[in-house]
Design a protein around this ligand. Structure first.
Ligand SMILES: Cc1cc2nc3c(=O)[nH]c(=O)nc-3n(C[C@H](O)[C@H](O)[C@H](O)COP(=O)(O)OP(=O)(O)OC[C@H]3O[C@@H](n4cnc5c(N)ncnc54)[C@H](O)[C@@H]3O)c2cc1C
Length: 349
C-alpha cells in the first residue's frame, strides 16, 4: 500500500475479526466486560460463515453426572481417545451457559416438549439474534470489511489490523489493545454451505504474525449432498434409507454411522436416499425446522411430483459420484454433490 491511498483510522480496546458464533460471542463477552469493541466481518455479521446457513447440533447434555460421563465417554471413543477430558468438560459447561443465555436474554425459540429442547439450533435464527445482541451492546460492526493483515508494534506484539472496507474501497487501519481472530476455518474449496467465506484468513494472519499452528490435521467433516446442489445439511438423513439403483438396501449405510459405507459405494455406483423413517408428525416438524433443506428438493422437482415437493418421506434422492463432501475441512477433497431427486429415476453417469 502507498501512503497516497485513502485510509480510514479506528481505535478500539478489542478488535474481533470474524462475526460467526466465535466472533459474536467474543464481542458479546468483551463488551459486557466493559471494553470498547469493533467487530469486522468480510461478509455480513449474522448471515456469513458456516453456522449462519446450517442447522447446528449442540452438545447440550443435562447437568447430571451420569449423563455427562456417558456423553464424554461416547465422544472420547468417537475421537479415537485423543480428546482431553478437561476440555470436554469445559465445552459441556460453556455450552450450558451459552444456551441458557440464548434462551433467557436472546429469547431464542427453542422447541419445547414439556421443557426446552436445546440440542439443536437453526443457524439463520441463531446468528440473527447474535447480531442483534452484539449491536445492543454497542459493538461497532464493520460488515463487508475483510481483515487483510495484522499490525504489530515495535516489539512485534499484535496491535490491530488493516482491513478493506469493501463498501467504499478504502482500507481501514484499526488500532486495538487486543485482537481476537475468529475468521472460521478453511473450507471454501469444499463448496460446503456457507463456507465460501472460510478461506483460512485467520490462520494465515496468525502465521504471518509469527504464530505456530497445531492440530490442523484433525479436521475432517463430511456431509451428504444432493447431487448438483450445495446443500450440505446432513441431519435429516438420519430418517433415510440408502439403497442402490436396483432398489436393494445398502447394508450398513447411515447418516451418523455408515457414511463411509455410502462413500465406498459411490466410488462404483450411484446411491439413492429415501426419507422414509419419519412419521407424518416428524415430517411436518422437519419442514418447519429446516425449510431450506426442502427448498432444494422442491426446486429439483422439475417434473410433476406433488408428493415429492411436500413430504420429506417422498423424495427419492439419486446420488452419484463421491457421496460425501467435506465441510469445515482444511485439507478437504473437492466436494462432489451427490444426489438429484428425479421424479422418474434415470441412469446416472
Ligand atoms: C453444513 C455444516 C453443518 C454443520 N453442523 C454442525 C453441527 O451440527 N454442530 C456443530 O457444532 N457444528 C456444526 N458445523 C460447524 C460449525 O458451523 C462451525 O464450527 C462454526 O460455524 C465455526 O464458527 P466460527 O465463528 O469459528 O466460524 P464461522 O461461523 O465460519 O464464521 C467465520 C466468520 O469469519 C468471517 N471472515 C472470514 N475471513 C475474514 C476476514 N479476513 N476478515 C473478516 N472476517 C472474516 C466470515 O465471513 C464468517 O462470518 C457445521 C458446519 C457446516 C458447514
Amino acid at each position: 500500500m502507498t501512503s497516497t491511498e485513502p485510509e480510514q483510522a479506528l481505535s478500539t480496546d478489542v478488535l474481533v475479526i470474524g462475526g460467526g458464533p466465535a466472533g459474536t460471542w467474543a464481542a458479546i463477552k468483551t463488551a459486557q466486560a466493559g471494553a470498547d469493541v469493533v467487530l469486522a466481518d468480510k461478509g455480513y455479521t449474522g448471515a456469513s460463515g458456516a453456522t449462519a446457513s446450517v442447522g447446528t447440533g449442540i452438545w447440550y447434555v443435562d447437568d447430571v453426572p451420569e449423563l455427562r460421563e456417558a456423553a464424554t465417554a461416547s465422544r472420547e471413543a468417537l475421537g479415537g481417545f485423543l480428546a482431553d477430558r478437561d476440555w470436554m468438560a469445559r465445552v459441556l459447561d460453556e455450552t450450558h451457559a451459552r444456551m441458557d443465555e440464548l434462551a433467557r436474554i436472546q429469547r431464542y425459540p427453542f422447541p419445547a416438549d414439556g421443557r426446552q429442547l436445546r440440542g439443536d439450533l437453526q443457524g439463520p435464527e441463531y446468528m440473527r439474534r447474535q447480531r442483534t445482541r452484539v449491536q445492543r451492546l454497542g459493538v461497532r460492526i464493520l460488515d463487508h470489511t475483510p481483515a487483510l493483515e495484522l499490525l504489530t508494534d515495535a516489539d512485534g506484539v499484535v496491535s490491530g489490523a488493516r482491513a478493506l472496507d469493501r463498501t467504499t474501497g478504502e482500507t481501514v487501519r484499526i488500532e486495538a489493545g487486543a485482537v481476537v481472530l475468529a475468521a472460521g476455518g478453511c473450507a471454501f474449496q469444499s463448496k460446503t454451505l456457507g463456507c465460501d467465506v472460510n478461506t483460512g484468513d485467520g490462520a494465515l494472519l496468525a502465521v504471518e504474525a509469527g504464530a505456530r499452528l497445531s492440530g490442523m490435521e484433525f479436521s475432517n467433516a463430511y456431509a451428504i449432498v444432493p447431487k448438483g446442489t450445495s446443500l450440505t445439511k446432513t441431519a435429516y438423513y438420519s430418517w433415510a434409507t440408502f439403497y442402490r439403483a436396483d432398489g436393494s438396501v445398502l447394508d450398513g449405510a447411515g447418516s451418523t454411522r455408515g457414511r463411509s459405507v455410502i462413500a465406498r459405494a459411490l466410488l462404483t455406483e450411484p446411491v439413492y436416499a429415501r426419507f422414509d423413517k419419519a412419521t407424518p408428525d416428524e415430517q411436518l416438524a422437519m419442514r418447519k425446522g429446516q425449510p431450506n433443506t426442502f427448498l432444494v428438493f422442491d426446486r429439483l422437482a422439475s417434473t410433476p411430483s406433488p408428493t415429492c415437493s411436500r413430504s420429506p418421506c417422498s423424495p427419492r434422492a439419486r446420488c452419484a459420484g463421491p457421496a460425501v463432501s467435506a465441510s469445515a475441512a482444511t485439507t478437504a477433497p473437492p466436494t462432489s454433490p451427490v444426489c438429484t431427486r428425479p421424479a422418474t429415476p434415470r441412469p446416472v453417469s
